[in-house]
Design a protein around this ligand. Structure first.
Ligand SMILES: C[S@@+](CC[C@H](N)C(=O)[O-])C[C@H]1O[C@@H](n2cnc3c(N)ncnc32)[C@H](O)[C@@H]1O
Length: 283
C-alpha cells in the first residue's frame, strides 16, 4: 500500500480514511495544537521521566514528539513511527531544525509489523490512530510489548459522539457522520476512546491506572470550525468510493457552511471528546 505517496486509496477495505495531502497535513498540525493541552495533561499525570526513550506510534505531524522533548528534556530520545513516510520525514526535518535534540523517525505500518522495532521504550504513546486500524487490539498488544518494565503505555483517542455543530441544521453534522460511516465501512471502530479499557483487557494489558476525558467548544474566531470542515474534505475521496455520501450532498453542506460562516448567526462546535488512558508496566 503506497499510502505515503499521496496516491488514491487502494481499496474500500484498505485505506486510511483521511488520505495524504498537504492540506490534510496542515489540518493535522492545527488539530495537534487543539489537543496539545489534553496530551500534556495525560502525559504529566502518567509521569514521563526525564531522559526517557519515547515512542509515538502514528506520529503524523510530529507535534506530540515536540511535546515529549519538552517534557522528557534534552537527554530524551524521541522516535516517531507512521505508515506515511512522506509526512513522517517532513515532520522529522522540521523538528530537528526547530528543536534540535534527538529525534528519529521510522516508517512503519503498525498493522503489518509483527513487532515494534527498536524497543524497549520508556514511554509508548499513540493518539488518534487506533480508530483508523482494523485490529486496534493487536496494535495495543504490540505497543505494550514494546514498553520497558516500569515504563508507560499512554493512549488517546476520540469519542466522536459528542462532536456536534450548533445550533443544529439539516446535515450540519455531516463531517462527523461521514467520518464514522467511512471508518465503519472500512472495518474500523470509530468509538475507540470509551472502549480503551476493553481494548486494553483484550490485548492482555492491565486495566488503565487512569482514564481522563478532555473536550471543548470552538467558534468561528478561533479557527477550530475549519478543522472540522477539513475532516470532511479529507474523508471525501474515501467516503465517495465507499458510497457513504454523494458529491452533491457534500457540496450542499460546504455551501451551507460557507454561507453560515459569513453570516452573523450564532455558530459553534462541540468537539469530539478525547479520552486518554495510561498504564505502567510492572517491573
Ligand atoms: C489522525 S492522524 C493523528 C496524528 C498524530 N498522532 C496526532 O494526534 O497529531 C493519524 C495518523 O496515523 C497514521 N496511521 C494510519 N494508519 C497507520 C498504521 N497502520 N500504522 C502507522 N500509522 C498509521 C496516519 O498516517 C496519521 O499520521
Amino acid at each position: 500500500m503506497s499510502h505515503g505517496s499521496g496516491c488514491a486509496i487502494p481499496g474500500p477495505d484498505d485505506g486510511y480514511a483521511l488520505g495524504a495531502t498537504e492540506q490534510e497535513y496542515e489540518r493535522l498540525r492545527r488539530q495537534a495544537q487543539v489537543w496539545a493541552e489534553a496530551t500534556e495533561m495525560i502525559l504529566r499525570r502518567a509521569g514521563v521521566p526525564k531522559g526517557a526513550r519515547c515512542l509515538d506510534i502514528g506520529s503524523g505531524p510530529g507535534e506530540v514528539m515536540r511535546q515529549f522533548r519538552r517534557l522528557a528534556g534534552p537527554s530524551a530520545t524521541v522516535t516517531g513511527m507512521d505508515i506515511d513516510g512522506v509526512l513522517g520525514r517532513e515532520s522529522l526535518r522540521r523538528l530537528r531544525d526547530e528543536e534540535g535534540g534527538s529525534f528519529e523517525f521510522r516508517e512503519l505500518d503498525i498493522e503489518a509489523a509483527d513487532r515494534i522495532p527498536g524497543g524497549p521504550y520508556g514511554v509508548v504513546f499513540t493518539r488518534l490512530v487506533l480508530l483508523h486500524l482494523r485490529d486496534p487490539v493487536a496494535a495495543v498488544r504490540k505497543m505494550y510489548e514494546a514498553v520497558a518494565p516500569g515504563g508507560l503505555l499512554v493512549v488517546q483517542d476520540y469519542d466522536l459522539r459528542t462532536w456536534e455543530t450548533l445550533p443544529s441544521f439539516e446535515d450540519g453534522d455531516l463531517p462527523r457522520d461521514v467520518l464514522m460511516a467511512t471508518l465503519r465501512a472500512g472495518g474500523k471502530e470509530p468509538l475507540i476512546g470509551p472502549k480503551l479499557p476493553e481494548i486494553f483487557r483484550a490485548a492482555g494489558v492491565p486495566e488503565p491506572a487512569e482514564c481522563r476525558q478532555s473536550g471543548g467548544m470552538s467558534f468561528r474566531k478561533d479557527g477550530g470550525m475549519e478543522i472540522g470542515l477539513g475532516v470532511l474534505r479529507s474523508t471525501l475521496p474515501a467516503a465517495l468510493r465507499l458510497g457513504v455520501v454523494t458529491q452533491e450532498r457534500a457540496q450542499r453542506f460546504f455551501a451551507t457552511m460557507e454561507e453560515r460562516m459569513r453570516s452573523d448567526e450564532l455558530l459553534y462546535q462541540v468537539a469530539p471528546t478525547m479520552v486518554g488512558a495510561w498504564v505502567r508496566k510492572p517491573r
